[in-house]
Design a protein around this ligand. Structure first.
Ligand SMILES: Nc1ncnc2c1ncn2[C@@H]1O[C@H](COP(=O)(O)OP(=O)(O)OP(=O)(O)O)[C@@H](O)[C@H]1O
Ligand SMILES: [Mg+2]
Length: 498
């Protein structure tokens, strides 16, 4: 009975409120509605202990990709996609045959971080105005982009914002760095503007395969390692984090091969700058500013580039006394100022190597190559400008042994002594030696791959045959090399007939 009375009382109270509401003026209604609508979420959140963070595929500027979205996507693929029942697979454009596994839309996965449980869900693209036809000039403008939603208990808010999300980003950076497809850029002119285009870049050479004096190689690898770890050092001494290498030596001694080995060692992209298609210093500056950090900027055959440069000191002499101006090879000349209207100047180029503009961007390696170091303008090679001058020289015995290991898979042979002597008496390039170490028929590295993949009994048999073939190849190639070296020795000692 008491409860019926209570309900009757509640009903008449509500009727009273309704009467009061109907007598209120319209503007009071508006205000009351506003207060109620802002109170509802507060009340809801009081009872709902979960909070959420939305990470949209596009940032505030709608056409810029939100890197946090990519970070989460990569993180979830590697860390907790295994818990989801629907995944997507995609093959990336690099040499690895591993598909990239990502979370499918509307899938939820759970993750645990420092004991806190969180849930991720990928929401698909949604139409912004359901049932309304929108006309947009921009593709995708009518859609809400895809987004990840992270839900967690509010007591973990601090942990999520200060530790969990930063760790997701860190994880993403490490993974992308490891799996990144390296690129080879080159500049060209389009609509009278210089720009970079690129192709995937997987240089085949590593420092192990590079045939050169082992001490010199060790020194270069050490130098690059110190560079990689040099962030603190460079900021402590106030130097831009960059390094310049000048590689010089005759054709075929491995200068370009060394650049590939450097790119492999550092994991950097390579920008191959063709100065002849750069109009002026302003163009050059734009190209430099368009390069990314962690890159090698290469100018090959710098002595041979006929860049018509604005000259303030015509008739200047190079270190060897050659007249630079008018010389067939070197037309890089001095300008004391930047010349944006005219053409590329040496000072314009050097301002990026160690001038004002060199501080823009970090972790850059500059590599200049030349066949004629003596023809270069002294300004280009003065001490401190190019940090290291590396001579790539003719093939001697130590370098030959590295080539024999890479090409023939041998570390000793009865002809080694004779070859060593002949190499000392002739000036043969590693390219020429390497040319003579290529066996006919199936290549040895292909065979050793077959060996890896074959079942044990087949492999044993193959292995014997492989060793016999390798020895035959080595005999044949080394005998051929001896003949070639003997011929080269005779030619080098015979005076030319006038
Ligand atoms: N030091 C070396 N170690 C291993 N292979 C080498 C070496 N030098 C040359 N080669 C082989 O010879 C080929 C030509 O060498 P590379 O293009 O690096 O010479 P380069 O010094 O850049 O010549 P150029 O001055 O003409 O540009 C390479 O593809 C490589 O196979
Ligand atoms: Mg080269």
């Amino acid at each position: 009975m008491a409860s019926v009375e209570k309900w009757v009382g509640f009903g008449s109270a509500m009727a009273g409120v309704g009467l009061l509401w109907s007598r209120m003026p319209e503007h009071v209604h508006e205000e009351a509605r506003y207060i109620i609508s802002s109170l509802v979420p507060m009340v809801m959140s009081y009872f709902n202990p979960y909070e959420q963070i939305t990470i949209s595929e596009h940032g505030e500027e709608r056409y810029r990709r939100n890197k946090m979205f990519d970070a989460v996507s990569t993180y979830l693929s590697s860390v907790c996609a295994g818990g989801a029942s629907k995944l997507k697979a995609e093959l990336r454009n690099n040499r690895k045959d591993e598909p990239l596994i990502t979370l499918d839309e509307n899938q939820e996965v759970a993750d645990t971080f420092e004991g806190a449980r969180m849930w991720w869900r990928l929401y698909p693209k949604a139409s912004r105005n359901k049932g309304v036809v929108t006309v947009s000039l921009m593709p995708g403008d009518a859609d809400e982009p895809r987004c990840f939603r992270l839900v967690f208990h509010r007591r973990h808010r601090h942990l999520v914002l200060n530790s969990y999300l930063p760790s997701v980003v860190r994880h993403w950076r490490e993974l992308t760095e490891k799996n990144r497809q390296r690129r080879l850029f080159t500049n060209h002119t389009k609509d009278r503007k210089s720009e970079w285009t690129h192709v995937p870049y997987n240089p085949p050479t590593t420092f192990d395969m590079l045939a050169m004096d082992p001490d010199k190689k060790y020194e270069i690898v050490n130098d690059l390692t110190a560079f990689l770890e040099g962030e603190d050092y460079h900021s402590k001494v106030g130097k831009a984090w960059k390094r310049g290498y000048l590689l010089y030596g005759p054709p075929g001694t491995g200068k370009s091969t060394m650049i590939g080995a450097m790119a492999n060692f550092l994991g950097y992209d390579v920008y191959d700058l063709d100065l002849t298609s750069v109009k002026n210093n302003a163009d050059l500056r734009k190209l430099f500013l368009d390069t990314t950090d962690k890159s090698i900027i290469v100018i090959e055959d710098i002595d041979a580039i006929e860049v018509e440069l604005t000259t303030k000191r015509k008739g200047k002499k190079a270190a060897n006394g050659n007249e630079i101006n008018g010389d067939n090879h070197v037309r890089i000349e001095f300008s004391d100022k930047y010349d944006d209207k005219g053409e590329v100047t040496l000072s314009g180029l050097l301002s990026f190597v160690d001038g004002l503009w060199s501080a823009c961007g970090s972790e850059r390696i500059f590599v200049f190559t030349t066949n004629h170091v003596d023809r270069l303008d002294p300004a280009l090679i003065r001490p401190g400008r190019m940090d290291k001058h590396i001579e790539m020289s003719y093939c001697r015995f130590e370098a030959f042994k590295m080539l024999a290991k890479s090409y023939l898979d041998i570390t000793e042979h009865s002809l080694f002594c004779e070859i060593g002597r002949l190499l000392d008496e002739t000036n043969t390039t590693p390219a020429d030696v390497a040319d003579n170490l290529i066996p006919r028929g199936k290549r040895n590295d292909e065979i050793s791959q077959l060996l890896d993949e074959a079942p044990a009994d087949v492999a044993n048999n193959l292995s014997l045959r492989y060793k016999r073939k390798r020895d035959r190849d080595a005999d044949e190639c080394l005998k051929g090399l001896v003949e070639i070296l003997k011929k080269a020795r005779v030619e080098s000692t015979t005076p030319p007939i006038n």
